[in-house]
Design a binder for this molecule. Structure first.
Ligand code: ADP
Ligand code: MG
Length: 306
């Protein structure tokens, strides 16, 4: 087996990343019991990326999104979003941050919307709170609903909309103030396949047409096939990444798997790789000019190898 040392993402040298987590730790204490929900998580998302975050239940996905959204604070480590250091936000800054820098989409569409307001009014509300003028509000609400494919829902209340429409209107609310980063926590978790596809299409349009950087937590394997980068979180740390590019020989999509290399040089190898080659406890390494080889350790001392 060979692990590539190529960088996982293309990096523009002058553009700072939109999301940067460095050794992020979150410990919950409840009734004398400590739960380490995030244990030194590293994550970097460039501006304009659409990244899927996958991982088993309890792996720390919602905890991470809670911190990035400014709802919760890390116990240790650093989290920067669009240049804001989340460990050092004052009350007012936090409010402004939550209102304008990040948008949030929850799993339950209904939780994202006010039932007694029309879709248009729901989308205008965050703009109203941010002091946007009336004409601009109406204009931008219409534009946002249109981009997300729900222009015809503007005058209807949430109760009159399907689940997929509700969640797309909720997305319009989340991006109404044109946040730099949109955080979505299993936004298609309660929807059927078709509605999920609609919502995911809308997420892609928010990313492509509105320039929003998107981090979406999902269980849906199909969804992670539609994004360029999938980050897997395991036990509160990011473990592997899959990058997809449409540049295969016959134009097919090529998926490459990456592992996160932290600052100390730690690397987590996927268990389906290590178990296939019966790798345990110790592996043999070889530095080649353009890659590092990893082999199952042999019984012999590495120095004796011929
Ligand atoms: P995921 O979203 O990946 O399912 P979570 O981030 O919700 O995972 O939870 C990660 C771990 O942290 C779990 O063990 C969970 O029980 C624990 N946890 C999350 N929130 C709290 C809390 N407020 N108090 C105590 N433990 C929590
Ligand atoms: Mg969760």
């Amino acid at each position: 087996m060979t692990t590539s040392t190529a960088p996982a993402t293309h990096r523009e040298p002058d553009v700072p990343p939109d999301v940067l987590c460095d050794n992020l730790v979150r410990i919950f204490r409840a009734e004398g019991i400590e739960v380490v929900a995030l244990q030194g998580l590293d994550l970097r998302i460039e501006r304009g990326e659409l990244v899927a975050l996958v991982g088993a239940s309890g792996s720390g996905k919602s905890t991470l999104l809670g911190i990035l959204s400014g709802l919760d604070a890390p116990s240790a480590g650093r989290a920067l979003v669009a240049g804001h250091d989340l460990a050092h936000l004052g009350r007012r800054e936090r409010l402004a941050y939550r209102r304008s820098t990040v948008g949030f989409l929850f799993q339950q569409a209904a939780a994202n919307l006010l039932p007694y307001l029309t879709a248009n009014e729901n989308v205008e509300l965050p703009m109203l709170l941010a002091g946007v003028r009336r004409r601009e509000r109406a204009l931008r609400a219409r534009e946002t609903l249109e981009v997300l494919g729900v222009a015809d829902c503007g005058d209807r209340r949430p109760g009159m909309l399907s689940g997929g429409q509700q969640q797309r209107v909720a997305l319009a609310v989340a991006v109404a103030n044109r946040p730099r980063v949109l955080l979505a926590d299993e936004p298609t978790g309660e929807l059927d396949t078709r509605s999920s596809e609609e919502v995911f299409g809308a997420l892609r349009r928010a990313n492509r047409d509105l320039g929003t950087t998107v981090l979406v937590v999902t269980h849906d394997a199909l969804v992670s096939e539609q994004v360029t980068r999938t980050v897997r979180i395991r036990d509160g740390r990011t473990s592997t990444e899959v990058l997809r590019r449409g540049d295969g020989a016959a134009g097919e999509v090529v998926a490459e798997e990456y592992a996160v290399l932290d600052r100390s040089g730690r690397l987590q190898l996927p268990s389906r790789f290590t178990s296939r080659l019966s790798m345990r406890d110790r592996v043999r390494l070889d530095l080649e000019p353009d890659h590092i080889g990893v082999w199952p350790a042999t019984r012999r001392d590495p120095g004796d190898a011929s």
